[in-house]
Design a protein around this ligand. Structure first.
Ligand code: ASN
Ligand code: ZN
Ligand code: CA
Ligand code: CA
Length: 344
């Protein structure tokens, strides 16, 4: 069969009707995007990987989604293609964000795509990046705590783990692990803003589309005040590295919010924020675009596998100096935002 790129669209679960670039193969279409390195989405058939650490005896499949008329999904989770639309769209937007904003061509910067697996496991309340398959995997959620974990911010979060893996390679434990997680939350959030999707507008919450009433809170994580999740740290302390990486990330998330938006109260796209500082100082934000520039340069030029929060401060100060000059407003804001989360 001859293969050629085709423009279709899909009815997603969280983002309304979205454009999809697919592959025409004979009389049907594949959910595979040749314009983004061949990134594709497959069905994991509710199976799970069986692994001991990184050695896997069996792996859930990634059976490529196909469609007869290139109009994918129904917008309802009952159709197996619907969440595939979200996942493919999420990695499309993330691909475009890295390319257009940072000049990065794919996860590894080599133009090569990756793939998504959706419907992983049964009632699985998680999503993850896996360095071994170089792929993203999404559960359907149990419907009580969470729905399908295929929102834009989660897709951007998981794909950004791949970018971190190919750049700073921040070790996934201790403070470097918290920074690894914060990197994914920061870029997942910037991807959500970049998408400008009317059904899933940009915000500083992680997983607000995914959570269900049983979880008892409006998002998985809150970047303006990370402790709103009941576990994450707002401020650095000596013991921070003992926390799970999804909670020590709070300090980096809080820094990122403060740097972009500033301290205190703010309302954005209909969401209210109130970001405190750890020392009572006032931080004036420099905007999301500059946050993204500074964090990306710090990640790709200055951070290494062992970078801790003090090192991340130095890395972002160096990045801000490169981008905007020493003693620039931007570099001073980076210093103020780290001070405000007790990193010096
Ligand atoms: N959803 C989680 C994450 O991407 C999975 C994990 O704990 N690694 O961080
Ligand atoms: Zn993560
Ligand atoms: Ca949103
Ligand atoms: Ca969000």
């Amino acid at each position: 069969d001859s293969m050629e790129s085709a423009s279709g669209d899909g009815k997603s679960l969280y983002g309304g009707t979205v454009p999809l670039e697919t592959t025409a193969a004979g009389s049907s279409y594949q959910l595979k995007d040749a314009t983004r390195g061949g990134t594709y989405t497959g069905d994991a058939a509710n199976k799970t990987d069986k692994c001991l650490l990184t050695v896997c005896l069996t792996r859930a499949p990634a059976t490529l989604f196909t469609d007869a008329d290139n109009q994918w999904g129904t917008g309802a989770a009952a159709d197996r293609s619907t969440v595939a639309v979200d996942a493919q769209y999420g990695t499309d937007v993330t691909w475009d964000y890295y390319k257009k904003v940072h000049g990065r061509n794919g996860i590894a910067g080599d133009g090569k795509g990756s793939f998504n697996r959706v419907h992983y496991g049964k009632a699985y309340n998680n999503a993850f990046w896996d360095d071994n398959c170089f792929c993203m995997t999404y559960g359907d959620g149990d419907g009580k705590l969470m729905g399908p974990l295929v929102s834009l911010d989660v897709a951007g979060h998981e794909m950004s783990h791949g970018v971190t893996s190919k750049t700073a390679a921040l070790t996934y434990s201790g403070e470097s692990g918290g920074l690894n997680e914060a990197t994914s939350d920061v870029f997942g959030t910037l991807v959500e803003f970049y998408a400008a999707n009317a059904e899933d507008r940009g915000d500083w919450l992680i997983g607000e589309k995914v959570v269900r009433s049983g979880l008892g809170r409006e998002a998985l994580r809150f970047m303006d005040k990370p402790s709103k999740d009941g576990k994450s740290a707002d401020c650095w302390s000596e013991k921070l590295g003992d926390l799970d990486v999804h909670y020590s990330s709070g300090v980096g998330n809080h820094f990122a919010y403060l740097l972009a938006e500033g301290s205190g109260k703010k309302s954005l796209n209909g969401v209210a924020y109130n970001s405190p500082t750890c020392d009572g100082s006032t931080v004036t934000g420099i905007g999301r675009a500059k946050l993204g520039k500074i964090w990306y340069r710090a990640l790709t030029v200055y951070m290494t596998s062992s970078t801790n929060y003090a090192d991340a401060r130095t890395a972002t100060l160096s990045a801000a100096k490169d981008l905007y000059g020493g003693d620039s407003t931007e570099q001073k804001a980076v210093a103020s935002a780290w001070k405000a989360v007790a990193v010096s």
